[in-house]
Design a protein around this ligand. Structure first.
Ligand code: TRP
Length: 334
């Protein structure tokens, strides 16, 4: 019996999940987690979220909603351990220990910090204006998330790949300085371009472009947003290219395959207007997401189920992180 592959990822408690998050990250993760011989750890990165100094009540609320959303998306079976990062105190302790084998130069080169410094430079401000230590040491905490659990694979978006590389670098530094093999070096699993879903304006669906459709919002709200999807000016009778249309991309991802096929055929032949496609898409989305939305509403209404899932996940996560902390502390002379 070999040990199962340990997959780990963290999600920031940033408001609501949108269709792009589901298509590019959460959906693939739920499918991965369902594979045999795999153990999956998924957490809400509430400690990381602190670097933007969110309102405390809002952070609590968003953290809870994110847990419910992840469960509603299928990350709720017995091989998925869901937890709040802050409820696994050893992670912060591991982070404090790892700080001593992490060079400042590495953190200086981290993209997110560098972007802030560059923006300050462009605006003629002090380079470190508005940069707190939570931002600067973000990659160390993220390395602790990964190394404390002994993750084999870390599925992330391309923007997070550098952070996983830093975790590998930190694990190696610990091995050189203290104890080879104490920390398992992870492998980033970066989502391919197939994971990119277009948003309302045709660019990648992303919160930073304000072009998202929320995953678990009311169907009427989603329908309203769908009506805003940007299309070209072809008339209903004109033939259209399904490959370049945002509506078709959304149908491919979320509609019943037969319905998507039918729309594609009618694009090529002419004879379907964008208004009609938008109505089809809204209907399809409503049907596809209904079970998820029901689970989400039920979870937020029933505290006991959500709390039980977190309690179980946090027990597993604490056991692993405590063990890593123990090994590291011993190796370091504490
Ligand atoms: N930094 C990730 C993001 O912004 C969230 C995250 C925190 C994470 N810790 C992690 C992802 C550990 C993977 C592994 O999306």
């Amino acid at each position: 019996m070999t040990t199962p592959t340990l997959t780990l990822t963290g999600v920031q408690p940033t408001g609501e999940l949108h269709l792009g998050n589901y298509a590019g990250a959460i959906g693939p993760l739920a499918r991965l987690a369902a594979q045999p011989h795999r153990e999956t750890y998924v957490f809400v990165a509430d400690l990381h979220a602190l670097n933007s100094r969110p309102d405390p009540d809002q952070l609590r609320d968003r953290t809870r909603k994110m847990v419910a959303a992840l469960m509603a998306c299928g990350l709720d079976h017995d091989r998925v351990h869901l937890y709040r990062q802050s409820r696994v105190p050893a992670i912060a302790q591991v982070s404090a220990l790892l700080a001593n084998v992490t060079s400042k130069g590495t953190l200086n080169r981290a993209h997110a910090y560098k972007a802030l410094v560059a923006a300050n430079g462009d605006a003629g401000r002090d380079p470190d204006h508005g940069v707190n230590m939570g931002v600067f040491t973000y990659p160390v905490l993220m390395a602790a998330d990964i190394l404390a659990m002994g993750a084999d694979e870390v599925p992330v978006g391309a923007d997070q790949a550098q952070h996983v590389e830093i975790a590998v670098e930190v694990a190696r530094a610990f091995a050189r300085a203290y104890r080879p093999g104490a920390l398992r070096a992870p492998r980033a699993v970066v989502a391919q371009n197939g994971g990119v879903l277009p948003g309302l304006d045709g660019r990648k669906m992303s919160k930073s472009y304000a072009n998202t459709i929320p995953l678990l919002a009311a169907p009427e709200e989603q329908a309203k947003l769908i009506r805003r999807v940007v299309t070209d000016s072809r008339r209903p009778q004109d033939p259209k290219d399904p490959e370049t249309c945002t509506l078709v991309a959304l149908l491919d991802m979320f509609a019943d395959p037969a319905a998507a096929q039918e729309v594609r055929a009618r694009y090529r032949g002419g004879g379907i207007g964008y208004g009609e496609v938008k109505a089809v898409l809204a209907d399809q989305l409503r049907a596809t997401l209904a079970p998820m939305r029901d689970r989400y509403d039920a979870l937020l209404a029933d505290h006991a189920r959500l709390d039980a899932a977190l309690q179980a996940g946090e027990r597993h996560a604490n056991r692993r992180a405590d063990e890593t902390l123990r090994l590291m502390s011993a190796a370091m002379g504490l």
